[in-house]
Design a protein around this ligand. Structure first.
Ligand code: PYR
Length: 465
């Protein structure tokens, strides 16, 4: 039997989970050659929040980052996380945008696309899965794992079978909150492996402190691939750490066979990067602690910090515990959505409103209304009539595939920004985040101008007056 395979998340989820996705491409570059030699199955390097963060905060072109990474990874497959029909944003995009986005992601260097939907509504995965396969990529569909009275083993096994039938090349069990218990994972993977014939990958977060054990039981039950993060950026709200996991599997049939010396060198490099983010106060010790309350409230790490900042903004941080108590109630009202983007934001904001305003559903975000109207897909169980009435009154609920309501828009978008386009991919950046992308394009132009000015200055230096 060949060993378990490892996906390293340092360049995507690890820094998304611990330092708000702020790692810059220039901080990645010096270590890429070593990362490429370790023998990982894949590196998760793109997607999730990295795209938004590049454009909005780092003033980097995410497409250029991808090309640079591809050029430097000569031996390792590159992987990204895609939010199904939401791509790398927070709402549904039309099929023409999804198809082009997937095509360009693969053209620029992605091998494996992990595609999930926050509601596990497979209609929201289909366009991206088909586009991935059409471009020769590996389509991995992810089950958004959660715990509720209706999310049982049968539910997940049926979902996995549906995904395989849809054409998935592998399945990921995506435990974004870190609440998949070791013995549940064992049973879940055994049952799934009985019914499907494609590889199964486990993705968890260390948030509640149980993920190492969950990985071990998953591996023993037949999981083919696990997600880990090199130790300086492992654990806490990130993935289990790579080196201890690799060491734990040594001398077993599951030995991943990675180069431990190289892992330790890589670890040293990222220790320095971590130190810098601690000094800059980007890395807060809170995200590194075991948060056992997660097991009760299921709130993923990123959502916890969002709740804290929303409450701080309203001067109501003392209501934090009340909000945590409210989250499962709102979730139940909304038909038990898994708490992952964009549902985690919706449930979180609604819970904050319910507590801070002293009356439940006094104020309701537009996104929550749209969700109840069916515009994000199908809730796990139907939302009760009385809740529906409170949230959308007598408005009708749409039961079709949400993206069927959206007209193609690429041509119009291209026209809108034609004076800024420097590459085909620019229209996709604009499609996802119109204002943020425009701001970035303007910044890019200004920077170019500045570089020209500097060059001019160099010439003047050569010919002093
Ligand atoms: C994302 O959607 O960015 C996650 O990491 C789940």
């Amino acid at each position: 039997m060949s060993g378990v395979k490892i996906t390293e998340t340092i360049l995507r989820d690890a820094h998304q989970s611990l330092i708000a996705t702020r790692m810059k491409t220039e901080e990645m570059l010096p270590i890429l050659e070593k990362l490429d030699r370790v023998g990982y199955y894949s590196l998760e390097v793109w997607g999730g929040a990295t795209f938004d963060s590049c454009l909005r905060f780092l003033k980097e072109d995410p497409w250029e980052r991808l090309r640079v990474l591809r050029k430097n990874f000569k031996n390792t497959k590159l992987q990204m996380l895609l939010r199904g029909q939401n791509l790398l944003g927070y709402k549904h995009y039309p099929d023409d945008v999804v198809e082009e986005f997937v095509k360009k992601s693969i053209e620029n260097g992605i091998d494996i696309i992990r595609i999930f939907d926050a509601l596990n509504d497979t209609r929201n995965l289909r366009t991206a899965v088909e586009a991935t396969k059409k471009s020769g990529g590996h389509a991995q569909t992810a089950i958004s794992y959660t715990v509720s009275p209706v999310h049982n083993i049968d539910y997940y096994v049926n979902l996995a079978v549906e995904m395989e039938n849809m054409g998935a090349d592998s399945i990921c069990i995506k435990d974004m909150s870190g609440i998949l218990l070791p013995y549940v994972a064992e049973e879940l993977i055994k049952q799934i492996k009985k019914e499907i014939h494609i590889p199964v990958q486990i993705h968890s977060h260390f948030t509640s402190g149980i993920a190492n054990q969950t990985y071990m039981k998953s591996i023993e039950a037949g999981a083919d691939i696990i997600d880990t993060a090199i130790s300086p950026f492992g654990m806490g709200t990130s993935q289990p750490a790579t080196e201890p996991m690799v060491a734990s599997l040594k001398n077993s049939p599951y030995d991943p066979g990675l180069d431990m010396d190289l892992l330790l060198e890589i670890s040293e490099y990222f220790k320095d990067i971590k130190e810098k983010y601690i000094n800059d106060r980007v890395l807060d010790h809170k995200v590194l602690e075991v948060n056992a309350k997660t097991l009760k409230y299921q709130v993923p790490g990123g959502m916890l910090s969002n709740l804290v900042s929303q409450l701080k903004a309203q001067g109501a941080l003392d209501r934090f515990e009340d909000v945590l108590e409210e989250v499962p109630k709102v979730r139940e009202d909304l038909g038990y959505p898994p708490l992952v983007t964009p549902m985690s934001q919706m449930v979180g904001t609604q819970s904050v409103f319910n507590v801070v305003l002293g009356e439940r559903y006094k104020m309701i975000p537009k996104e929550v209304k749209n969700y109840v109207k069916g515009l994000y897909g199908k809730p796990t169980i139907p939302i009760k009539d009385d809740i529906k009435k409170i949230i959308i009154g007598n408005e009708k609920v749409f039961t079709g595939r949400p993206a069927d309501l959206l007209e193609p828009e690429l041509d119009t978008l291209k026209e809108n920004i034609k004076e800024y386009i420097e590459q085909d991919e620019d229209v996709l950046s604009y499609a996802l985040f119109p204002q943020v992308a425009l701001d970035y394009f303007k910044y890019r132009e200004a920077k170019k101008y500045k570089i020209d000015t500097n060059l001019l200055n160099e010439e003047f230096k050569t010919y002093p007056v």
